[in-house]
Each structure stands twice: as C-alpha cells, then as structure tokens.
Design a protein around this ligand. Structure first.
Ligand code: ADP
Ligand code: GLC
Length: 468
C-alpha cells in the first residue's frame, strides 16, 4: 500500500505546532514491509532548506485563474529523514520565511493544484491520499469534481482535521482559481456563502478523521460553524488519537536535554534539568515548578496566565515558567510581568525547540488550560518525561489524562477555563508535590504510559482498508 500524506507542515522540515509532529512521525510508523508512506509539502525558505541540498525531479507550470507560476518538485540529495518527502517549490508563492500568513488562499491553492498536476504524471498512482487540515482541503473536491484530475478520481482519500477552528474560507469571486469542474456541483465548495476548503473536504473525502475521539464528539456540537455538517457526515467520521514519536521524545536518548534519564535515574536526571531551568530563569529550585509550552492564542487559554500569576504567586509557594509566542498583546503582558514577579515567574517569548525539551524534562508540572484541544501532544510528551500534566478536561486532554482522584489517576484535571480553577489546580499540584512519595511514584508511573504511534498508525491503515 502506497500512502501519500499532503500537509503544510512536517517536523523537522517546517513546524508551527502539533501538525508538524504528527506528519513527521506517522509516515515512519506506517512504513512497514507492506506499506510505504511519503509526504508532499511546500518548499519554504527556512533553516531546513538552507542546510540541506535538493534536486528537481519535475518542472512545470501551475495556473491560478489568469496567472501562471512556474514550479518544481524537489527531493533531498541525501536522506536525513526516515521517509520520502517531495517538496513543491513555487518560488513566487510558497518560498517564504513563514509557513502561514494572512493571505494564504492563492499560496495553498497553488500548492494543491501543483501537487495534483504532479501526481497525475505518476505511472503508479498512490493507493491512498491523506490530506491534513484546510490547506489541503480542496484536494478531495478536485479529485472528485475537476475534469483535469479525472484519472485520479478513484483514489481513496482521507481528511484529518487537526483543528476545525481554521477553515481557510474565501470568496466565491475566486472560484475561477480552482481548475474547471462541473459548476452544478459548486455547492460542494460552499459553506454559509463562502468557499470553505475544510467544509468541502468534509463533504468530499471518503473518510474524515480527527485527532481524538472526544474532539470528534465535541465537533458535532461546536466546530466554528461546521457542527451541522459534521453531524450530517458522521457516518464517515471517526476520532483516532495521535501518538508521539517514541524515538524523538525519549528522555533516555534526547540530545536536547541537560541530563538523560530513565525510570531508574529519573530523580537525578530531572533534578539536573530543573536546576538548569531555575538557574537560567532565576527561579527557586526548591519550589515546585509549573511550566507552559504553546502557541499564545485564545484556544490555549494562555490569556489567563497574567491573572493566574497574580492570584497564585501571592503565597510564594511555587514558580511559573512560560515558553510561547503568538498574540502580541499577550507576549507584551508576559514580558511586563517579569519585573513584578522576579524569582518566581519568568517567560521565554519565542519558539525554541531545544528549550521545550528541557521544560518537559525539568518542570514538575505542565499547565494546559486549553479552551479547545483537538488532541494536544504536550501532555503526552510530558508524561513520557515524567512531568505531571495539569489539564482542562477537553478533547484529547480528556482522552489522555486521568485525575489523581480517580483509580490509577496520574494528572490534575479541571473543568473550566477560569483563572480561579487553574489556580486551584496549581494548589492541588503543590499538595501532591509535598506528598513526596506519591509524587515520585506517579512521575515514574507516567513515564511508562505508552502513547507511541504503533496503535494509531495501525488504526489509520485499517481505516484506509475500509475505503476499498
Ligand atoms: P498545537 O498544534 O495546537 O500548537 P500541540 O500540543 O499538538 O498543539 O503541539 C504543540 C507542539 O509545538 C509541541 O511539539 C510543542 O512542544 C511545540 N511548541 C509550541 N510552542 C512552542 C514554543 N514556543 N517553543 C518550542 N516548541 C513549542
Ligand atoms: C492541532 C491541534 C492540537 C493537535 C495537533 C496535532 O494543531 O490544535 O490539539 O495535537 O493539531 O494533531
């Protein structure tokens, strides 16, 4: 079975969030003696394209309405990855220092058209085309409806929704950008008067998945306007929980952390990582350390941290360390708070992959007060590193974290995204930290929870088989 993943992100090539981690890991775990998984993604102007060498294997032109753009398909000269990646290079549109911008309609439409033009030239078409998020959402529609891609019509395709908040909508005035199709079916593109790539994909894909069973259920009630559509299409929809790359995220071999450790050496290993963080960020190593890693956006609940910091740091019982970037007002506010809470709060505003690994390995608890969390990978990374997750029970967080008050519980859960509830959850964390024996026993226990990709990679293969 030949599987093609099409995505805007893939770790370590280009990453904004968890989509990259999933597309960078799933193909590895899907590649066996009987299946081969490959990735098609845009070619960006980033560190990966600068530090590697590539050759073109195909050159052509992509038409977008009245405009045409030259493009090439590139592959790596050497193979630093565990699977093949084909890069769509459209210098005028995709080769930018960023992945996403406010004006992405043409960029990702051109990416999708170029991708299909190229697949059309293959002698051996793939057995499955697996699209990720709205940036690839017009592919199921074009496969089904565009005259040009008739030869690809029978290839089963699957959409995975990583986040239904983002849908990529644009005006019907731009419908001419899409390769010619039977206009009687233009309704397949539409949602509420706009061309909505995510809605079109939900309508046209053979199967639709999202990244946790709970999020699938939540989407039927609340999906940024698409809830009715998801209810209607529920027969082909399912939730498959993400896994994590067991090799990249392994405290015993991770080259990013200060000291490696396993369940036997957890105490000394974690101590060294915490000591590094406390030294670097001027925090008290003897107090419990609560970390946060993530995009600073409304969905992550990070806007509540200033209030949480003010409420919970009054008693001088613990420290908070934030690592994130995003909303500029939040970034500024987090910077401003530094001088006020010197010694018990600090933040690194920016994106730093290495530092994120050290936080997973050195913080005692990881805060995830998400309003929306389709799956969430951070909680699974922190479990693997023996850091106790404090999560709002929603989406994938609900599916992966059990509160300590329950049988075999290992995390701290709260129901609502409110500063008071987050502060109370922190208080529960401090109580647990002070019950040293229980705290240490839980840290060991969570390192052994298996969230590797094996089971979920197989679940996708089973799903592809159902499309036959
Ligand atoms: P989302 O995809 O919604 O951002 P996930 O939990 O699925 O959330 O994945 C987030 C990924 O991005 C994780 O690998 C996390 O470690 C990483 N990450 C987020 N923000 C940062 C940051 N500022 N620096 C380093 N890594 C980050
Ligand atoms: C999205 C979601 C996140 C999920 C990730 C990978 O970015 O916000 O919850 O873990 O995709 O599927």
């Amino acid at each position: 079975m030949n599987i093609i993943h099409i995505s805007a992100e893939c770790f370590p090539v280009a990453k904004v969030g968890g989509l990259a981690d999933v597309v960078g890991a799933l193909p590895k775990y899907q590649s066996t003696s009987t299946t081969k998984a490959q990735v098609i993604m845009p070619f960006y102007d980033n560190a990966f394209s600068k530090n590697n060498s590539f050759k073109s294997i195909y050159e052509s032109v992509v038409n977008l309405g009245a405009n045409s753009y030259t493009f090439s398909v590139k592959v790596l000269n050497e193979a630093p990855l565990d699977f093949d990646v084909f890069f769509i290079d459209i210098p005028d549109l995709l080769f930018k220092t960023y992945i996403y911008s406010a004006e992405d309609t043409e960029r990702f439409l051109a990416f999708q058209i170029a991708t299909l033009n190229w697949i059309l030239t293959w002698g051996n078409a793939p057995d499955v085309i697996h699209c990720h998020d709205h940036h690839t959402g017009l592919i199921p529609f074009m496969l089904q409806e565009s005259h040009k891609y008739k030869a690809l019509k029978d290839i089963p395709n699957v959409l995975t929704i990583h986040n239904a908040q983002y849908q990529g909508g644009f005006s019907h005035e731009n419908v001419n950008l899409i390769p010619e199709f039977n206009f009687n079916n233009v309704g397949l593109l539409d949602w509420n008067g706009y061309i909505n790539p995510l809605a079109a994909a939900i309508k046209c894909a053979w199967k639709v998945t999202t990244v946790s069973p709970s999020y699938m259920e939540e989407l039927k009630e609340k999906a940024n306007g698409l809830e009715g559509l998801l209810r209607e299409e529920s027969g082909k929809c399912s939730g498959i929980l993400n896994g994590i790359d067991w090799n990249v995220w392994n405290p015993e071999t991770d080259t990013n952390v200060i000291a490696n450790y396993n369940t036997d050496t957890i105490e000394s290993g974690r101590k060294a990582n915490k000591a590094y963080l406390c030294e670097r960020f001027n925090l008290d190593v003897n107090k419990p350390l609560f970390g946060f890693i993530g995009r600073l956006v409304y969905e992550k609940g990070s806007d509540l941290f200033p209030e949480v910091i003010k409420k919970s740091l009054e008693n001088n019982t613990h420290s908070i360390l934030l690592l994130g970037s995003g909303n500029k007002d939040q970034e500024q506010e987090f910077e401003n708070l530094k001088s006020q809470y010197k010694g018990s709060y600090n933040a690194y505003i920016g994106y730093d992959e290495k530092l994120s690994h050290i936080v997973y390995a050195g913080a005692d608890f990881l805060l995830m007060p998400s309003r929306v969390e389709p799956c969430g990978l951070n909680q699974m990374y922190c479990l693997r590193y023996g850091t106790i997750p404090i999560v709002r029970s929603i989406g994938g967080l609900k599916d992966t974290v059990t509160d300590i008050s329950q049988e075999n519980g290992f995390g701290i859960c709260h129901e609502n995204v409110e500063a008071l509830e987050i502060s109370n959850a922190i208080e529960r964390g401090i109580t647990l930290y002070n019950s040293t024996q229980k705290f240490n026993q839980i840290r060991k226990q969570i390192m052994e929870i298996d969230h590797s990709w094996n089971a979920s990679a197989q679940a996708y293969i089973n799903l592809y088989k159902q499309t036959k």
